[in-house]
Design a protein around this ligand. Sequence first.
Ligand code: CA2
Length: 159
Amino acid sequence: MENPSETRTILVIHGPNLNMLGKREPEVYGKDTLEDIDAGLKEAGRHLGVVVETFQSNHEGVIVEKIQEIMTTHQGLIINPGAYTHTSVAIRDALLLLNFPIVEVHLSNIYKREPFRHHSMVAGVATGQISGLGMQGYFLALEYTSSCINLRFSNKLKF
Ligand code: CA2
């Protein structure tokens, strides 16, 4: 059996309404579906030497529970909390449980949009944020997160 201490697994969480990607508002969020993005991330993960898991929920508590579940099983998190970005103290508090890299991703540039989207509850507890680069943002986040994990395994980085 694989030694659990040697797994290199990154979870990608998509928040509410992101299951509608490619089906509505392509001018804002692009024409790729969530299934396209998830399949691309899993394939990219194989090239980067990490396992990518993906998860989508429209429910805040379900996202909180998923974050709690990965505390000891995963080594990186990429999260687009959707509209919960701007409201959820619960997701922010759950992220504080994790001691590995967390990248917050937004397809749109939240700072160019309505004022209520300018504040992220998550930004202050994430390692970093990518906003406005469309689906490429997820792939850039994956490159960063996987390089942190691979460096850690070669003992060059502590987190
Ligand atoms: O730009 C982003 O990625 C957002 O996280 C997307 C959220 C929005 O509330 C945030 O302010 C910024 C909304 C996701 C809605 O996704 C849809 C996709 C297709 C059609 C309709 C909604």
